[in-house]
Each structure stands twice: as C-alpha cells, then as structure tokens.
Design a protein around this ligand. Structure first.
Ligand SMILES: Cc1ncc(COP(=O)(O)O)c(C=O)c1O
Length: 455
C-alpha cells in the first residue's frame, strides 16, 4: 500500500484525538499548489488551533443536497457531514431564514412567536417528562449548561463519560471530553469508563458490562470524596467508534445511574433529529427517558442553534440561583431555520427513509467483506455507520490503511472520515437526503479504493 500518505499524518498512533483523526500536516504546505497554499498560509491569521481535513486540504465552494463542489468544479459525494441533514443549500432553509431576516431578528428578552412555536414543536418530540427547553448556539454550550444543572440538582460534581467521548470545548465540557487531545486537562471530578467496544469486548451482555464499569467509577469517586452527579453519554457513541449496540442495552445502565441518584444527560448532538433511523432521538432505541437532553448540529441545518431540554424540577434547581441569557441563542432567525428542519423531517418521512437507507447501506458494505477482509465490522443505526478497518482475519485495527482509504475515497470523489480509539473506523454519516444513486456511488468508490490500495 501507499505508505507515503500515512507517513504524512499529523498525529502519532497513540494519540488519535478526535480533531487529529484526519488532519492536514502543516509541514507539507510546500506540496500544495500555489492557490491552495496561499489560502492555507492565510489561515495562519486564525492561529494554530484549527485543523484542516485531508493531506491536501479541500477548498469547497458550493453544496447541493448530498453533493459538494470544490473551487475547480470537482463534485464530491458527501458521506460525512451530518449538520446539513436535510441537504446542503436546501431552499426551505434559505426561504425561512430570508423571510425572517426581512422582518426582524432580535433575542430572547423580547416576546416572539418563533421561539414559542418551536419550543412547543420540539417538546412534542420528547418524552412527556421532559417539559422545558432552553436554547444555545452550540452543542458545547448545551452540554455546559446540562452539566451545571445536573451538578446543582444532585449536589454532586462527579460526571462519568466514555474514554473516547467528545462533548464540546468550553472549560467545563472539555474537562469531560477525553478525546479532545491527550494534553488537555481533564476535570478531577470526571471518571471514564472504557468505550463499549462491542466488536472487541466479546460479550453480548454489554449493558451488564457497562453497569460494572460505572459501579467501579462511582466507588472510586466515593473514595475520593466526590459525589456522583450523573452520566453524559452520546447514545451512538460516535467518537468511541460509532457503537449503536443492541437496542435496549442502555436501559439497565440508566436504571443503575438513577438508583445511584445520578442524572442521565443524553447528548443527542450526533444521534438526534432522526439520524439513527429508529427514533427521532438516539436514546429512544433503548426505551429510556433521560433527565436532560442536549442537541445541536443538524438542528437548523447549519444555522447556529442548539438546545437543552430538561425535566422542570432539574431546571428549577438551577434557575433558583442562575438567570441565563445567551445573546444569539433562540433568535427568531435561528428558530425559523430550526422549525423548517422539523417540518422537512416530518413532511418527508425522513425517519423511515433514514432507517431504510441505513440498512441498505450496511448490507451493501457487508457484501464487500468477502472480497475485502480488511473490513472487520460494519455497524450502525440509521444513516450513521462505522466500518472497522482491520488486519485481515484479526480484530487488530489497521489505522494506516484507514487513513489511506479516506484519502483514496476522496480521489474517487467521496468524502468520509475516521473515528474510534484507534482511529481506524470509517465514519460514514451522510446528509439524511442520501438516496439510492448515492449508495451506488459510495459502494463502488469503497470497493475501487480498497482494491487500489490493497492489491
Ligand atoms: C457528541 C457531541 N457532543 C457535543 C459536541 C459539541 O458541539 P459543538 O461543536 O456544536 O459545540 C459535539 C461536536 O462534535 C459532539 O460530537
């Protein structure tokens, strides 16, 4: 295989933080053509924290549905971006935003119908016990507020997450996001359980296994004088490598959390809004009711908009001492976009579509396994699929091959990325408007790319 691609990787194999899993190495800037090089150099003004995808960064200028177009007019199938879930440049968003911008855009300190109508519509999608919703601009802000609410309600500080979790970038939330980067300070009151790696753990009793891990961490908190406040889980464990597990496996886990007087914060930033195809929210697959639900990314198809939905008694504990204002959050334009997304999802049966297309996609990838033993596992729910790239006949992750593969897929005009503790899981997560033609293109590109690299 072509090792030069992997030699150019920015990260080492022991440190595949979520932001490093597919990133441009600035040392290779001289290899870029003059125009691209100039743009990348101009990004120096943004400072050194940002990462660009791909060894040759992609300069995208236009999107439509599941397709993206670069500055040279090259068309790509977008199999990665979940934010434009109802499609890039969907006119329903343009119209909703334009109409509202032409009228007024203010904030939540004035009365406006948009936020009220949307709050009603959103709460109607949630279990009845969750009866309050507050708006923010990012998933990080929503998780930040959720943790503060859980801590105030329980009187504890201890939060449990999975070992590869990413929940956001505020001071509080980065402290409970182990995959953000190995040098980022973790909160001393945070405890991690290993990723529920169904592929390698060799147990069907994943719920029982997780309960044992959680009990161990709660005991450890107690030994250190830390009171348990709750768990913060993304129910499809995206950054842990896309691990849907058997539907229902989280039920005993959340029962245990409640028995231990902790709260369950469901981070629906990734699995929410029909993504998993089996329910509007990812947690629905497990028949559980969270205490707090956070959401963002696809909520307004790219307009900054996020939310924390919560049981009223949990919110009341926070509200007693904390007024809250967030300048741009819940503004009439963001609410108009979010409402347009909900209307589109409902009006176009996107839940059923997502479930059907997701199943078809995984079935087609599984058909490739005989010819390509480097595909070790194909798992997912709805249009969120993880494909393990391994050394044939083993469960040993093959990260160099996975990195080469996403580069080769890009050469074949398909965009995907990587995730998981070993950085070897192809993360396949197209806009939900993904259709049968897209599926053919994806499968053919995966087949051709694996053949080109491995033979
Ligand atoms: C599961 C999960 N939670 C929270 C966040 C943070 O969201 P944002 O980037 O909007 O702050 C992310 C972002 O990738 C995420 O994947």
């Amino acid at each position: 295989m072509n090792t030069s691609i992997t030699e150019n990787c920015a990260e080492t194999e022991e440190n595949v933080g979520i932001l490093e899993s597919n990133s441009f190495n600035r040392k290779n800037i001289d290899k870029l053509d003059a125009d691209l090089r100039q743009l990348v150099e101009r990004r120096d003004a943004l400072g050194p924290c940002y990462r660009l995808f791909y060894q040759e960064p992609l300069h995208l200028v236009r999107g439509c549905g599941t397709r993206l177009f670069d500055a040279n007019g090259v068309e790509y199938l977008d199999m990665y971006n979940n934010i434009p879930s109802i499609g890039h440049s969907n006119p329903v968003i343009t119209e909703a935003v334009t109409r509202q911008l032409q009228q007024i855009n203010t904030h939540t300190r004035y009365v406006h119908e948009n936020i009220l109508d949307y709050a009603d519509a959103l709460l109607a999608k949630l279990p009845a016990e969750i009866d309050r919703v507050m708006f923010m601009c990012s998933g990080s802000e929503a998780n930040d507020l959720a943790i503060r609410c859980a801590q105030l309600y329980t009187g504890g500080a201890g939060i449990i997450v999975t070992a590869e979790a990413y929940h956001g970038n505020t001071a509080l939330v980065s402290g409970v996001s182990p995959s953000i980067g190995k040098d980022v300070a973790m909160s001393p009151t945070m405890r991690m359980i290993p990723s529920p790696d169904t592929y390698r753990l060799g147990t069907d009793e994943i719920g029982e296994w997780m309960c044992a891990q959680i009990s161990e961490q709660i005991a450890d908190m107690r030994r250190h004088g830390i009171q348990f406040a709750g768990v913060l889980f993304d129910s499809i464990f995206s950054s842990d490598g896309v691990i849907p597990g058997e539907a229902g496996f989280l039920k005993p886990v959340i029962d245990l959390v409640h028995k231990e007087e902790g709260l369950y914060i469901a981070d629906e930033v990734q699995p929410g809004f029909c993504r998993t195809g089996e329910g509007f929210w990812g947690f629905e697959r497990h028949g559980i009711v969270p205490d707090i639900v956070t959401m963002g990314k696809p909520m307004a198809n790219g307009i900054a908009c996020s939310a924390m939905a919560v049981k009223h008694d949990v919110l009341d504990a926070f509200a007693e001492h904390n007024p809250y204002f967030n300048t741009f959050a819940g503004n009439p334009v963001a609410m108009a976009a979010a409402q347009a997304v909900l209307n589109y999802l409902d009006g176009n049966n996107m839940l059923e579509h997502t479930r059907d297309m997701g199943e078809k996609l995984r079935n087609e990838v599984r058909k490739l396994m005989a010819a390509h033993p480097q595909i070790g596992d194909v798992r997912g729910a709805g249009l969120f699929t993880g494909i393990e790239i391994v050394q044939p006949g083993t469960t040993e992750p093959d990260r160099p091959l996975a990195v080469a593969l996403i580069e080769k897929m890009r050469e074949n005009n398909v965009l995907i990325s990587l995730c998981g503790p070993y950085g070897n899981v192809l993360k396949v997560r197209p806009p939900l408007v993904f259709d049968a033609t897209d599926l053919d293109i994806f499968i053919s590109a995966l087949d051709i790319s694996l053949t080109a690299i491995c033979e």
